[in-house]
Design a protein around this ligand. Structure first.
Ligand SMILES: *Cc1c(COP(=O)(O)O)cnc(C)c1O
Length: 402
């Protein structure tokens, strides 16, 4: 048993020898807060932000709140001097309440109600995104207060989530919109795109940067007001179960493409998943078990309607394992707590025989998980516990009800 535990610690953590093994830390947090638990590690947020900033020098990173709209993430990124990407009035309220400077924010939802525009303006955000003539005309009455980004669409059938299908105009339509905006007296200050989340490779980013470069050149030749911003969106991938290149390598061709963009164009990006995904470790416990057709079914207190919602909405598959190794493993089923049969996390996972109360750990669960969890069947969303948050000088564990 002791051997099994030390082995677990070495595979799950990569901890330094002088730190308590991660398994022990997890057990301690569950002893205090109960399960299901989401452990949000601000140090992972910092690490990811710095890694992407280093991979994209000269690009201002606006954290897209959508995948993990949690105050501790926002606060941690404020301490890193990050920028923010908001899409809803709820997100405006969150950053506003935390004291984020509105000049550090852009509002990037391509389709907005007038109230959404006014909420953001009221906070002090002045950069918005449009991708069609109707949306553009919504800004006629705010023309003296706003600067817009034009979202251009580049289809990305390889991406797990193809965000260019729902939003964005074609490069041809972009030219017409630049002319229309000029006629309407609305300032378009730049271009944006989102090639799709969890991009399989950087080719789409490169293509999109090159195509935007062509639009910028066309705009200049047409004598229109200068396009001074290029926003390369999100989509930067993290490693779930498949191999993903290190971020510096992933971004190398993107850096090369960006080097071709005129020097006076400000470069920004809107990373979401890359910053938040590694920051949460989900811990659930076995509520009960049953032997069905020769296979153990383990019913956890968190599932597809809860923190594992990303398996449905985000098409993600997380690295999941039990906390303790205890001998031989058998093909098993991991199910969520609700009374719905689709609430199954994994129908074929190799596990040792587990017992009530044993802990199961899901990794890389910060993006599009808690954010889209439901309380179906009245199973409450998992509680978030924040670790490694800088509060003043100290670095302490701050329990926070999610
Ligand atoms: C969701 C979203 C993002 C974040 O995308 P990731 O793939 O998570 O990096 C950025 N910008 C916009 C407009 C989005 O909708």
């Amino acid at each position: 048993m002791v051997d099994a535990r030390s082995e677990t610690a070495s595979i799950v953590a990569g901890d330094k020898a002088d730190e308590p093994p991660e398994a022990e830390r997890i057990r301690r947090l569950v002893a205090i807060h109960g399960a299901p638990l989401l452990i949000l590690d601000c140090e992972a947020v910092r690490r990811q932000y710095r890694a992407l900033a280093a991979a994209l020098p000269g690009v201002d990173l606006h954290y897209a709140l959508k995948p993990l709209p949690h105050p501790a993430v926002v606060t941690t990124l404020m301490q890193e001097d990050a920028w923010f990407d908001l899409a809803t009035s709820g997100e405006v309220d969150l950053v506003r309440g935390l004291g984020v400077a509105p000049e550090r924010c852009i509002h990037t939802h391509p389709i907005k109600r007038d109230r959404d525009i006014r909420d953001a303006l009221d906070f002090g955000v002045t950069t918005f995104v449009v991708d069609n003539p109707d949306e553009l005309r919504k800004f006629e009455k705010y023309a003296d207060q706003v600067e817009l980004l034009l979202r251009v669409s580049f289809r990305s059938p390889d991406a797990k989530v193809d965000l260019s299908k729902k939003f964005g105009c074609t490069p041809e339509a972009a030219r017409d919109l630049l002319v229309l905006a000029h006629d309407l007296g609305i300032r378009i200050k730049g271009l944006s795109f989102h090639v799709g989340s969890q991009a399989a490779d950087p080719r789409k980013h490169v293509e999109a940067v090159n195509a935007c470069g062509a639009i910028i050149a066309w705009n200049q030749a047409a004598g229109l007001p200068p396009l001074a911003v290029l926003d390369i969106g999100g989509g930067f991938p993290v490693e779930y179960n498949e191999d993903v290149p290190p971020i510096n390598e992933f971004c190398r061709p993107i850096r090369e493409a960006l080097a071709q963009i005129p020097q006076d164009v400000r470069l920004i990006a809107e990373p979401g998943r890359f910053i938040s995904a590694p920051a949460i470790t989900a811990v659930s416990s076995v509520m009960g078990k049953a032997l069905r057709d020769g296979r153990w079914w383990y019913y956890l207190d968190d599932g597809v309607y809860g923190s594992y919602s990303g398996q449905m909405f985000d098409h993600a598959k997380y690295p999941v394992d039990c906390l303790d190794w205890a001998g031989e493993r058998f093909p098993s089923v991991l199910a969520g707590p609700t009374c719905d049969s689709i609430d199954v996390i994994d129908e074929n996972i190799m596990l040792p025989e587990l017992n009530e109360g044993d802990l199961v750990v899901g990794r890389m669960m910060g993006a599009y998980t808690w954010a889209s969890a439901t309380e179906f069947n009245f199973f409450r969303k998992a509680q978030i516990v924040v670790i490694n948050e800088y509060v003043g000088e100290a670095c302490e564990v701050v329990p926070l009800v999610g």
